[in-house]
Design a protein around this ligand. Sequence first.
Ligand code: NAP
Length: 289
Amino acid sequence: MTDIAQAGTFQLGDRRVKRLGYGAMQLAGPGVFGPPKDRAAAVAVLREAVAQGVDHIDTSDFYGPHVTNQIIREALHPYPDGLVIVTKVGARRGADASWNPAFSAEDLTRAVHDNLRNLGVDALDVVNLRLMFDVHGPAEGSIEAPLTVLADLQRQGLIRRIGLSNATPRQVAEGRRIAEIVCVQNQYNLAHRGDDAFIDELAASGTAYVPFFPLGGFSPLQSDTLSAVAAGLGASPMQVALAWLLRRAPNILLIPGTSSVSHLRENLAAAELRLPEEALAALDRIGAA
Ligand SMILES: NC(=O)c1ccc[n+]([C@@H]2O[C@H](COP(=O)([O-])OP(=O)(O)OC[C@H]3O[C@@H](n4cnc5c(N)ncnc54)[C@H](OP(=O)(O)O)[C@@H]3O)[C@@H](O)[C@H]2O)c1
């Protein structure tokens, strides 16, 4: 079994979590819609993650919708001490599986209550406001109105900590005038490095940066350089992609997603992989290309 603590820990709000966590989005059905083909396998992945020491799970009630949270509850409730479940609000799924912005006070309040009920908790550890000015990437726009709603729900004790997803530096600055922002969850990986400067800025303020699609998302990363470095180290390309993220900045927390116990074990073993300087230099050139 991997000692995932070797990858270190980082402060996520008032909790300290291991830097290798797990993203639960892959546990819903195809297109993150409806139930998975094999629910027992999904339950097994979550139990294995916790058995391996994972204490940070990323989810949303709009995965499924509802399905992923219900599977988390079935697999892990009552939750072990120290487990931090991070969820997100700001979207509603259409009957056609579409992702639609849902930022009214009513939408956000309903989403928080859906998460509480489906996860089976009295308060949510961390809620990310998932911005949708552009569904595919960060885009400017004021977040004052929806964040004020979340801050009110926090004051009511339904949310412990607040983060932002698909956010720009300007939105984080605006958000900080309304609530403490403990994490930012944006798309970032070896080949998608638009947030390089932002990550360093967040590291300086002790804010966690949680890259989504750390392995490339729906089409996992493919690169000759990545494959060659991995072969040279006797590791898999996905392990190298995760080890590179761990080296990239101390505030990066990983939530690789998988629906498979064997991929989960492989991904967690990245905690023990050390990248030599020449490998790092070669990997850095992937993003620059
Ligand atoms: N805030 C947002 O807008 C947002 C958006 C997307 C995702 N997220 C969060 O970020 C988490 C991570 O993103 P993600 O799951 O979409 O993408 P990801 O972690 O980059 O990659 C997941 C994909 O890689 C495959 N995979 C995983 N481990 C593998 C391995 N060792 N070898 C080969 N293939 C492997 C998975 O398939 P298998 O199931 O076959 O392993 C799946 O297709 C999500 O679970 C979710 O919690 C957030």
